[in-house]
Design a binder for this molecule. Structure first.
Ligand code: ADP
Length: 247
């Protein structure tokens, strides 16, 4: 599936349990993302990154505003349309969320198993395990995989429905810095190969700087939105030093 363009216009959300003094989780968030781009949603803890991914992915509802993903207006889908919509989106989480009793291969195929399909489900899962560099680990259970390998399995699983948009919430938040870099490079390569749009929520400036654009939230508002230029010999670390993502 080719990548979905994503656009938000005046999106706000306040959790019902939040007290009046707490800022809204999202407040008038407006931006547009080109199909096939890889964009970081940055900002400190509590700034609204997860909430943003959840409302874009149809896992939670916004209070107001418009969210367009591809051809769909996500904020006005019926329950049935939401189910169909979520099958066109891939999700990757900080804590992997693999099923411990299943092998890597079965974890990747798991989203397809309840559904009738006229293609070879395990064959597709095997191809995706190869695409994330885990050819030899198909029969291994998650507890015998490293953190980075577990996240690769989770990424392969997120791709099983060939999504037009991949939403990754702190995908390297549980990994050391070398493994974190590998996971981000893998996401970039998969985006290049498959053309999907990728939104990565992260509080890590190094991860954000690998994306093409960084949208920074603070107290639920967009406070910065910059394109990341990449030139030969670029002093990446110098630029990261100038990005104040910590709040
Ligand atoms: P981030 O992902 O940047 O850490 P979140 O989107 O998780 O930020 O949170 C944004 C705000 O919404 C925070 O003030 C947080 O406490 C609040 N919040 C998040 N989830 C819930 C929830 N389920 N119920 C009530 N408040 C929540």
């Amino acid at each position: 599936m080719s990548g979905f363009p994503v656009s938000l216009d005046g999106v706000s959300k306040r959790y019902p349990t939040a007290s009046a003094e707490v800022p809204a989780a999202l407040e008038s968030v407006t931006f547009a993302i080109d199909a096939g781009s890889m964009v970081a949603v940055a900002g400190p803890s509590g700034s609204g990154k997860s909430t943003l991914l959840h409302v874009v992915g149809g896992m939670d509802e916004s209070d107001s505003g418009s969210i367009r993903v591809g051809e769909r207006e996500v904020s006005s889908l019926s329950r049935k349309e939401q189910v169909a919509y979520r099958r066109t989106i891939g999700f990757v989480f900080q804590r992997f969320h693999l099923l411990p009793a299943l092998t890597a291969l079965d974890n990747v195929a798991a989203p397809l198993l309840p559904r009738h399909a006229d293609f070879d489900k395990l064959g597709r899962a095997r191809e995706l395990l190869g695409a994330v560099g885990l050819d030899g680990k198909a029969a291994t259970v998650p507890s015998r995989l490293s953190g980075g390998e577990q996240q690769r399995v989770a990424i392969a699983r997120a791709l099983i429905n060939d999504p037009g948009l991949l939403l990754a919430d702190e995908p390297s938040g549980n990994l050391d810095s070398a493994t974190s870099s590998e996971i981000i490079e893998l996401l970039l390569r998969l985006r290049d190969e498959r053309g999907m749009t990728v939104l990565v929520a992260t509080h890590d400036p190094v991860v954000a700087a690998r994306c093409e654009r960084i949208i920074t939230l603070r107290d639920g508002r967009v406070v910065d939105d910059v394109a990341v230029e990449r030139k030969a010999g670029d002093n990446l670390l110098g630029r990261i030093g100038r990005l104040d993502l910590r709040g």
